[in-house]
Design a protein around this ligand. Structure first.
Ligand code: CTP
Ligand code: MG
Length: 180
């Protein structure tokens, strides 16, 4: 039962976890804000690029389609029922994750935080809020079916841990400038 809840939480959130990490690998090039400033600070900053965002969403979407195709087989191998991912959710999970991350950078710049500055809590949960929010908006029936209170609790506990873990690894590998 607990295993099933954890497995569903990870399964359903994988398309939202991957985009940030792929953006780190693929980032670079033209910033989304085009260098624009607002009240003296950058709108978003150089850390939010078109390329990173596009590859992040593309990778999350590709993963969601793959997970949807193998949900039945992997589920029976693990002895749990894993959800398929409808196309609306397959797009909304990664797009919402990237939007949440962009929104967090917007808030960081408005609160005087330079690119790369930590914003504890926001850094760990921005993409979850974005992913769940957009998915609830475009695929409500699937959302309430999959994200039961137990699964949401598992997401709330697992996500900061996974996020901190992968960012520390990316930092140690020299892929990220800061471990958050
Ligand atoms: N990245 C990107 N596009 C995005 C998100 C991330 O290109 N939409 C890349 C950038 O190279 C960025 C790196 O991934 O520097 C790390 O992402 P993140 O920690 O989110 O950005 P920061 O550079 O720390 O900037 P910010 O303070 O705005 O979060
Ligand atoms: Mg950062």
């Amino acid at each position: 039962m607990v295993l099933e809840v954890l497995a569903v939480a990870v399964w359903a959130m994988l398309p939202a976890y991957v985009p940030n990490n792929v953006a780190v690998l693929a980032g670079g090039g033209r910033p989304i804000d085009g260098g624009r400033r607002w009240n003296g600070s950058r709108l978003l900053g150089d850390g939010k690029t078109w390329r990173g965002t596009a590859f992040g969403i593309g990778a999350g979407l590709a993963l969601a389609l793959l997970l949807d195709a193998v949900a039945g087989d992997v589920g029976s191998a693990l002895g749990v029922e894993l959800p398929g991912v409808p196309i609306a959710a397959a797009i909304a999970l990664p797009a919402g994750a990237m939007a949440g991350d962009v929104g967090a950078s917007f808030l960081k710049r408005r609160t005087g935080r330079e690119r790369g500055a930590a914003f504890p809590g926001v850094d760990q949960l921005d993409f979850v809020i974005g992913a769940l929010g957009l998915t609830a908006l475009v695929a409500w029936d699937w959302f309430v079916d999959v994200f039961t209170p137990g699964v949401l609790l598992a997401v709330a506990v697992l996500t900061p841990a996974l996020h901190v873990g992968t960012n520390v690894i990316a930092y140690q590998l020299g892929l990220k400038d800061e471990p958050w």
